[in-house]
Structures are given as C-alpha cells and as structure tokens.
Design a protein around this ligand. Structure first.
Ligand SMILES: Cc1cc2nc3c(=O)[nH]c(=O)nc-3n(C[C@H](O)[C@H](O)[C@H](O)COP(=O)(O)OP(=O)(O)OC[C@H]3O[C@@H](n4cnc5c(N)ncnc54)[C@H](O)[C@@H]3O)c2cc1C
Length: 483
C-alpha cells in the first residue's frame, strides 16, 4: 500500500481531482480489455501535461515507487493491469493534436489522442493514419506505440513501428528522450524501434510524430465463401503469391460468420469460411488486382465470390467483420481472445490443429483474424461461472500460442505480452535472449520501477515452466526449453 504521505505529495504535483484514491474512483481502472485479470489500483494519477508526468515520475523515482502507464485501457494482454503499491499513470488527458503538416504528411500528437482522431483530423487534407486496430475508436496512440499495434490495413501499410517517425518519452527519472528523426535514417542505436512495443517498461511516451498517407483513389473489396477452412487458408497464400498485396485480407470461420450475421445482418453466405480481400490504389491498379484476386479465389475452390460494387456494399461486407468480436461475445458468457502469428503457409495446418484442440478441451472456438499477416485471433468461448473453465480456456490458449512457435511463428501478433502471455515467452526465447531483454530494461530503468512483472519473465520462472511441460509430456525433449 502507498503511504498517505506519498499520496499527499503526489496530489501536490497535479491539479485538483487528478489523483484518485477512493475505492469507488479507482475500481474502474482495475483491468484493461482482458478483464479476467483484475487488481484494484492503490492510486490513479491523471496528469494533463508532460511537465506533470515528469513531476510524477521524479517523485516515484525518488521514493522508489513503481509506475504503470495506461492509455485508454483497451489492451488485451493485461499490460496496463495495476500492480500493488504502484501509481497507475493514466495518459488519457494528454489528448491534444499539436500539429498537422500536410506537406510533410506528418502529425504531432500527445499520447492520449485516440487512433481514429488522428485520421479524422487529417481528413480535410485528404490524408489518414494507416494502422487501424479494430479498437481504433477508443485506443490511444501512446498505447498503440507501446504495443506496436496492428490492424486490418497493416498487411500493406505496416505496423505502428513502420508509421512512427519520432517519439518524446520520459525515463523513470523524468529525463526527456527525443528519439527518431524527420529524415530517412538517424545515427545511433534505433531506440525509436526499441521503445515501440516496449509495453510501458522502458519509458513513458509523451509525444508521437506519425506519418500520414494520402487517401487511396479507390478501394474495393471481394468476399469469397469456402466449404473448407483449410482451403480458405491456402487461398490466402495464393493471393499474395500471385503478386497482389491486399490492403486487408481477413478470414472468418463458420461460428464467427453465423455470429456476425445474426448480429449485424451483413448478408454473408453461410459457409465454413469467408475471406474478405480489399485492394486499394489508383483506379487501373485496383481493377487489375480485383481481376487477379477473383481468378485466384476461383482456382482455390471458392464456392461463391462477390465484389462490392459501391461504397455502401463495401461497408456492408466489412460490417460483419468489424462487429465479429462483439457478435461472438453474444454466444457465451465469456470469451478469451488469443493473438499469435504464424507463417501464412501454415494456416491450413494450424486451423486444423486448433479445431482438434477445441474438441479435446470441449470449448468452442470462433476464428476471426488478419489472415494476410498470419495473425490469428482464435476466440475461445467459455463460462467463468463454471468451476475450472477459465483455467481450461487459459491452458487451451497457451497451447495455441505454443503451436504458433512450433510452426515458426510468434506468441503475439499485435496485442503484446503483458501478463497474459508471459509464460509463453519461455517457449519463444532461450535464456541468453531473455537475459538481453533484462539488460535492456536495466539500462533504462535500473530500479525496475516501470510496469514491473510484465512482458519479460524471470529466468527461474522459465525453468519451472519448462519442467512442468516436460512432466506433462508436452515437451518430448528436456533440452527443448533451452534453459
Ligand atoms: C475490441 C478490441 C479490438 C482490438 N483490436 C486490435 C487490433 O486490431 N489490433 C491491435 O493491435 N490491437 C487491438 N486491440 C488491443 C488494444 O486496443 C491495443 O493494444 C491498443 O494499442 C491499446 O491501446 P490503449 O491506449 O488502450 O493502451 P492500454 O491498454 O492502456 O495500455 C497498453 C500498454 O501500453 C502501455 N502504455 C499505454 N500508454 C503508454 C504511454 N503513453 N507510454 C508508455 N506506455 C504506455 C501500458 O503500460 C500497457 O502496457 C483491440 C482491443 C479491443 C478491446
């Protein structure tokens, strides 16, 4: 627990009402979007300026109090989960768009600005910010940088790391770091890339300069139905092999299609799998790509292919995909959204293995995901009120992530590691790599005060994890966990 004297000193640094400590005020901050993990924060600080953030950090550093940064709290890996005895530092009130430069095609924004608000502000100049997490109406750009977030359009336009030019960030001691450059390259280590995806563990981001792109002249989407999930998975690779890089390439399986259809009536054909393939660019390029995509889908065995003829139809095709998460949420009291990435060529194999595991655990799974990136989002349905079901869903989810590693992929595509996937970091990395992560952390934050206990496991925890997996028969060779 933080002492009343500390809270008094914290309150003196911030405007009235910017420090919350009464239980009813802090409970809304007890979890992020992964509500299965909860912890009531001791104290919540809501600064409004970078100077106030620096003052809070300096106090915490002097008193050796831990700090958990939080943006909009939409994270799905418990990255912003409060830690006992720590200050929860909410950046949501730093929400000013400081500048938009239509000639340089950049925007300078504070970390609490919502992702979609950047594109809205850039729209009068015919520009937009490309990375588009499905949570973009709510999530903050600071959170996007901390998680290196992706979205539907990242297959063609890259993740957050490819769309950020500069960052201002504060160390735990309150020092300002200015990273990146307006130029194509910058000397020195690439600390901008290092901070992107660092999950609030190295520094607190206080300003982001993003790239803006011109709105494409035309965008068109093709919908294709398949009577076999593995065949749809194979078609994904075929499209890219044919030389088309779609702006978005999404897949839904039968359960997800049925849920979305019942929820938003998008007019989807009932099938085992649907692909949505969007291409954008100049007029002629889009026409050529649509023709190629249709040809590939036909050859891959699609049972039905539809092309949206206008923007209204395009929006309708996307409506089901965009509402798929809440739609699946209506099927069961709870669902657990996984996030792993695999090489595209492994999609048919991995989807078949997930279906087999679903039968083994007796828990239904709906698949809705960024197929073009090989970024899976299996949604495991369960009922936390039934004893043992949450644990079963967690074990099942863990095995999906380990399967991703087994086929050459990674345990996260875009949601980060947080608390949720910390054990699976042991499947992804060997001890020399994990040790380097700890060394980097120590270089920025020697007292381990920023978001402690998240994202990078202690080596002894990995040794325990490896031993458990060997005894459960899931790691046939004791040397596999490599500790
Ligand atoms: C319905 C739904 C759909 C989603 N779809 C996607 C998707 O398509 N793609 C995707 O990538 N994600 C998706 N997400 C996950 C989530 O929206 C992203 O991870 C997002 O980037 C989190 O932003 P946030 O502002 O909510 O961050 P928070 O959840 O508040 O924090 C996330 C992490 O960032 C750190 N952090 C936050 N702000 C700062 C800062 N200023 N400085 C340093 N560290 C900071 C926190 O400590 C924490 O570790 C989805 C979530 C939901 C609920």
């Amino acid at each position: 627990m933080l002492s009343p004297a500390f809270v008094t000193r914290l309150r003196a640094l911030l405007p009235p009402d910017a420090v919350l400590f009464e239980r009813e005020d802090v409970v809304p901050f007890e979890s992020d979007g992964l509500s299965a993990y909860r912890n009531t924060p001791d104290v919540v600080a809501l600064p409004e300026t970078e100077a106030q953030v620096a003052a809070v950090l300096r106090l915490c550093h002097a008193e050796q109090v831990a700090v958990v940064a939080r943006g909009a709290g939409t994270g799905l890996a418990a990255g912003a989960l409060p830690v006992d005895g720590a200050v929860l530092l909410v950046l949501a009130k730093l929400n000013r768009i400081k500048a938009i430069d239509p000639l340089a095609r950049t925007a300078v924004v504070e970390p609490g600005v919502r992702n979609l608000a950047i594109s809205e502000a850039a729209a009068p100049h015919g520009l937009y910010y490309a990375p588009d997490p499905s949570s973009q109406i709510a999530c903050s750009i600071g959170g996007n940088v901390a998680e290196n977030s992706g979205g539907v359009h990242c297959l063609k336009y890259g993740l957050t790391v490819h769309n950020v030019l500069k960052l201002r960030a504060l160390t735990i001691a309150g020092e300002v770091l200015e990273l990146g450059s307006d130029a194509l390259d910058a000397p020195g280590y690439d600390l901008l890339a290092l901070l992107t995806g660092s999950e609030g563990m190295l520094a607190v981001i206080t300003e982001v300069t993003v790239k803006l792109l011109p709105r494409p002249e035309r965008a068109q989407v093709v919908l294709a139905a398949f009577d076999d999930v593995a065949r749809a998975g194979a078609a994904v690779g075929d499209i890219i092999a044919a030389g088309v890089i779609p702006a978005g390439l999404e897949m839904m399986d039968r359960l997800a299609i049925e849920a979305a259809e019942a929820f938003v009536h998008a007019g989807y054909p009932l099938a085992e799998a649907l692909l949505l393939v969007e291409v954008d660019g100049v007029n002629e390029e889009v026409s050529d790509d649509i023709a190629t995509v249709r040809q590939v889908l036909k050859a891959a065995g699609a049972t039905e292919i539809r092309t949206a003829e206008d923007d209204a139809q395009r929006a309708k095709f996307w409506a089901g995909r965009k509402a798929a998460f809440p739609a699946v949420g209506r099927l069961a009291p709870d669902y657990y959204c996984m996030d792993g990435t695999i090489p595209r060529s492994q999609l048919p194999h991995v989807l078949t293995r997930i279906a087999a595991m679903s039968a083994e655990y007796g828990l239904a799974v709906a698949n809705v995901f960024h197929a073009g990136d090989g970024n899976l989002h299996p949604l495991i349905l369960f009922d936390a009120n039934r004893p043992g079901e949450l644990e079963k869903a967690e074990t099942f989810g863990g095995r999906i992530l380990e399967l991703c590693v087994e086929v050459g992929g990674t345990i996260t595509g875009e949601h980060g590691v947080g608390v949720e996937k910390i054990k699976q970091m042991c499947a992804q990395f060997a001890s020399p790599e994990l040790q380097r992560f700890h060394d980097v952390k120590a270089a920025f934050d020697p007292g381990r005060l920023l978001n402690p206990g998240k994202a990078v496991p202690e080596l002894h925890r990995c040794a325990e994890w490896g031993a458990m997996h060997v005894s459960a028969g899931r790691l046939p060779h004791p040397e596999l966990p490599r500790f």
